[in-house]
Design a binder for this molecule. Sequence first.
Ligand code: NDP
Length: 330
Amino acid sequence: MLTSGLILNCLPKRKLRPEHFRTIDVPLPDKPVLLLKSRYISVDPYMRTRMQSEGYNYIEHWVAGSHLSGWTLAEVIESRHPRFTSGDLVVGHLPMQEEVISDGKELIPTPAGINPLAYLHPLGMTGFTAWVGMQLLGKPTKNDTVLVSAAAGAVGSIAAQLAKRQGARVIVTAGRADKRDWLRRLGFQTVLDHRHPTYAAQLKRAAPTGITLDFENVGGAAFRAAIDATRVNGRIVLCGLVSQYQSARPRQSPANFAQLHQKKVSVHPFVVPHYLHHWDAFQNDMVPLVVQGGIDWHLDKISGGLDSIAPALIGLLNGDNLGKRVVAMP
Ligand code: NDP
């Protein structure tokens, strides 16, 4: 039996384009332990960082011909596994294919009574990223002034709400008016545009005594502004630098990097694969919150299956998404 799968056709030099992806036929064995049908596939900024030819990355680089993979909500179609039956919905990091085989080892079952799509967002890797960065590392209190950049995105929207729940004053940023409106509807009072030419001045006005905790998602000029606005002895949780992933000279330090030293700012860079031993604590904390509606979450669903993954990821890296972007499979 054959199924369709997505591979990296060639490495992008700078901006990702549709021709960097290719659909191929993938053979599937007879009688696998589990045969899954992909229902929703997550697209995430880190995928672009896997498509670079050099430099350290915490996750293996993709090369031309690599089978692409991502967090997927899938339905069990055939099972020879004692823990799974046909019709179960599971989440796993799986090859981007219409049908996928699995031995079941790293699949997360989705429990009845919870929207299974939550396991691709607030209860999945993006929620976990927000939770690790905010609850384990940032630890905001009511005395903090917290900045969360790209707060209408997947990680940012959860991180900002977690900080607000701790009683902190939270300043959020988003690069489009409808995203900022959404953040105001979630109850954030100070909502700025990190892409605006006067953003740095706006941020200083919004936090006249300085930011005490920056949850950094964006990098580049927005990060520079955040460093300028950070108070002496402030903290930075360095989650990501999405604006740099396709820039001509990726991952440059902000020009005001020296201020981190002068202001004695603690910087906590982190990548979630190193925190997986906290997964159960994350679930214990977040499942009740999500079930009781204590966290708002929005899915940005793109239809069209495998053919839509390239445009969906390209759009994500341009900022097209509101909330967590996923691609629905036919
Ligand atoms: P998002 O849903 O936030 O989507 C990316 C957002 O980044 C866009 O919507 C856009 O928002 C913003 N953006 C894109 N390009 C630019 C640009 N040039 N300048 C400014 N903003 C830009 O993605 P995620 O929530 O999945 O990821 C957010 C961050 O978290 C990323 O940096 C990612 O790499 C990081 N991350 C880190 C992990 C870790 O283990 N540390 C794990 C997962 C994610 P806008 O329109 O508002 O500008």
